[in-house]
Design a protein around this ligand. Structure first.
Ligand SMILES: [Zn+2]
Length: 188
């Protein structure tokens, strides 16, 4: 069989899996919800609910750009660019009701009245990290939410807690400011 034909067949076979809805088998916290699954190359697996138009391409592109900022940020702050972990990243696009569900996510940050995104290191599974995002009409807001939560994710992936000498929240905020001041010329 010609390679092209075989690839086409493979794609046709895979299509129902890629477009089909699935529950999050590994991430038990959202096991009661159903999602459509998309791959953002080797960056992350994205789960979006029915009706959402969230794009895998967006996550892939923003991840790549944020990673370039991370390299500069790490350089300025003398943080070693050596990954100590390599967890799978799953990104869930969810409603505001999910991120603000105190029973599902009891460890709510103090003095935040409304959450828009969550980074869940998911200690139940050493090889899995999860980012929950809500979807907004402004692409910039979607970018900032993703960049902030990626800050938390990378803080863990590079084991920077000793080097940074402050909390993961302080790191994510500083990284977010570094990024948004350069890219959008303002803080969020
Ligand atoms: Zn945060």
């Amino acid at each position: 069989m010609k390679k092209g034909v075989r690839n086409l067949l493979l794609f046709i076979l895979l299509l129902p899996i890629l477009l089909g809805s699935a529950t999050s088998a590994r991430y038990k916290t959202l096991a009661d919800q159903s999602f459509y699954v998309m791959e953002a190359s080797d960056v992350a697996t994205i789960y979006r609910p029915k009706g959402s138009t969230y794009k895998a391409d967006f996550v892939e592109a923003e991840y790549g750009l944020a990673e370039q900022y991370l390299e500069q940020f790490a350089h300025y702050n003398n943080l070693p660019m050596e990954r100590c972990k390599n967890s799978d990243l799953q990104v869930f696009v969810v409603g505001m009701d999910i991120v603000n569900d105190k029973e599902r996510y009891p460890y709510t940050t103090n003095n935040v009245s409304e959450r828009w995104a969550i980074y869940d290191p998911y200690p139940q599974d050493n090889n899995l990290s999860v980012i929950l995002l809500t979807e907004h009409t402004s692409t910039n807001v979607d970018t900032v939410l993703l960049v902030h939560e990626l800050g938390h994710y990378w803080f863990d992936e590079y084991c920077w807690s000793d080097d940074w000498k402050a909390s993961t929240e302080s790191f994510a905020m500083s990284f977010q400011d570094f990024y948004t001041l350069d890219r959008f010329n303002r803080r969020f």
